[in-house]
Design a protein around this ligand. Structure first.
Ligand code: PMP
Ligand code: GLN
Length: 390
């Protein structure tokens, strides 16, 4: 046995992801799993059928490096339909193994060792790990709960985070875990800072079609931003096929080419028969995309009302399929301890928000629930929480 630790030092601190850990706890205890973010129902039948047809039509070998041309065209059509910007499917769209690979390839393809990446704290868990794998440094600006129940940040603190070392801004809107949808004026400030400091923006928009208040505006749409912005999304969230791992990045050709260079040596390509199916999904009528948001909003209301009755202070999300609850009114425990005991105390699984923060204390009183579940499941989970704490 080697005397050296097996895990490379740059990955120290990134053990098993909290999502896998919490789903294992749910499986072990039989508790209702509102932890890991995935829907409990599959997406549209026509999208599923297209994947089955593709398998039987023999679309089972490597797809082209940047993704099939038809899917790249469908991504470009989607961006034109919803955000009114034009993309060349030849070199401004890249298909990836989920948003996760687009993110990792962006960090690996664009950062030198020691480059800084500015992001808001809390961050989705793969950002810190991907940035560490690239030898870059995560520099965070806190998002703090405001008196109106939304999350905000201090403009000066954001300005101070940018420096000559900053290579990337890593933005996520709608934001996991807080549910924040960044406002036009916040995006304007971010755009100004990126331009002033010659920074590339990577924007994770996987929850783009789940917005309940405000409007989702891609940073790439702001003046002067397309040429320095990479926009990332995924079929996992928009079509409820998280297991297919088909995502995409769009942006200017020279930046995408750097990302593609890294992507080639991560997966090379993935999901050949799923790619034509996702193209079918992206071409569904507006109704599909609108109903996704409307259905999620009704689920948000259902769960948040139950959480409120159970005695939590609920921070209602503006987007995503996650709601955050402050546990202070019902427990003196810290969020990790609270979530570890939750399956036994209430038969429910949630995720402690401290795991999303660089400054762990910040999420000590907050826990995250996923509401992309059937109404009956949410009602049952909510009633169990009311019985345990209400
Ligand atoms: N970004 C965010 C903010 C997420 O919540 C997730 C989880 N779906 C991902 C990226 C990863 O997406 P994918 O499963 O497509 O890799
Ligand atoms: N994005 C999902 C979440 O935030 C989980 C994805 C994963 O397990 N890696 O819960």
């Amino acid at each position: 046995m080697s005397r050296r630790p097996y895990l490379a030092s740059r990955l120290q601190g990134f053990g098993t992801t909290i999502f896998a850990e919490m789903s294992a706890l749910a499986a072990q205890t039989g508790a209702l799993n509102l932890g890991q973010g995935y829907p409990d129902a599959d997406g549209p039948d026509e999208v599923k059928q297209a994947a089955i047809d593709a398998i039987f039509a023999g679309v089972n070998q490597y797809s082209p490096g940047p993704g099939t041309m038809d899917l790249r065209k469908a991504v470009a059509e989607h961006q034109r339909r919803f955000y009114d910007f034009d993309l060349d499917p030849n070199d401004e769209v890249l298909v990836t193994a989920g948003a996760t690979e687009a993110l990792a390839a962006s960090f690996l393809g664009l950062c030198e060792t020691g480059d800084e990446v500015v992001a808001f704290d809390p961050t989705y868990d793969s950002y810190g790990a991907g940035i560490a794998m690239a030898g870059a440094v995560l520099k965070t600006v806190p998002l703090l709960p405001q008196s109106d129940g939304t999350f905000g940040f201090d403009d000066d603190e954001l300005r101070r985070a940018f420096s000559p070392k900053t290579r990337l801004l890593m933005l996520n809107t709608p934001h996991n875990p807080t549910g924040k949808v960044f406002t036009p004026s916040e995006l304007q400030l971010l755009a100004e800072l990126c331009q002033e400091h010659d920074v590339i923006a990577i924007v994770d928009e996987v929850y783009e079609h789940m917005v309940f208040s405000g409007t989702h505006v891609p940073l790439a749409c702001l003046p002067g931003m397309f040429e320095r912005t990479v926009t990332i999304s995924s079929a996992g969230k928009t079509f409820s096929f998280t297991g297919w791992k088909v995502g995409w990045a769009t942006g200017p050709a020279p930046i995408l080419s750097a990302i593609r260079t890294a992507k080639q040596f991560l997966t090379f390509v993935n999901g050949a028969p799923f790619q034509p199916a996702v193209a079918v999904g992206l071409r569904l009528p507006n109704d599909y995309f609108n109903s996704l948001g409307v259905e999620m909003e009704a689920k948000k209301t259902l769960l948040c009302e139950k959480l409120d009755k159970a005695g939590f202070d609920v921070l209602e999300p503006e987007g995503t399929y996650f709601a955050t609850a402050d546990i202070s009114p019902v427990s003196k425990k810290k969020s990790v301890e609270f979530c570890m005991a939750l399956p036994e105390e209430a038969g429910v699984v949630a995720v402690p928000c401290s795991v999303f923060y660089q400054d762990e204390r910040m999420g000590d009183h907050h826990i995250r629930f996923c509401f992309a579940k059937s109404d009956a499941f949410l009602a049952e989970a909510g009633d169990r929480l009311i019985a345990a704490y209400g």
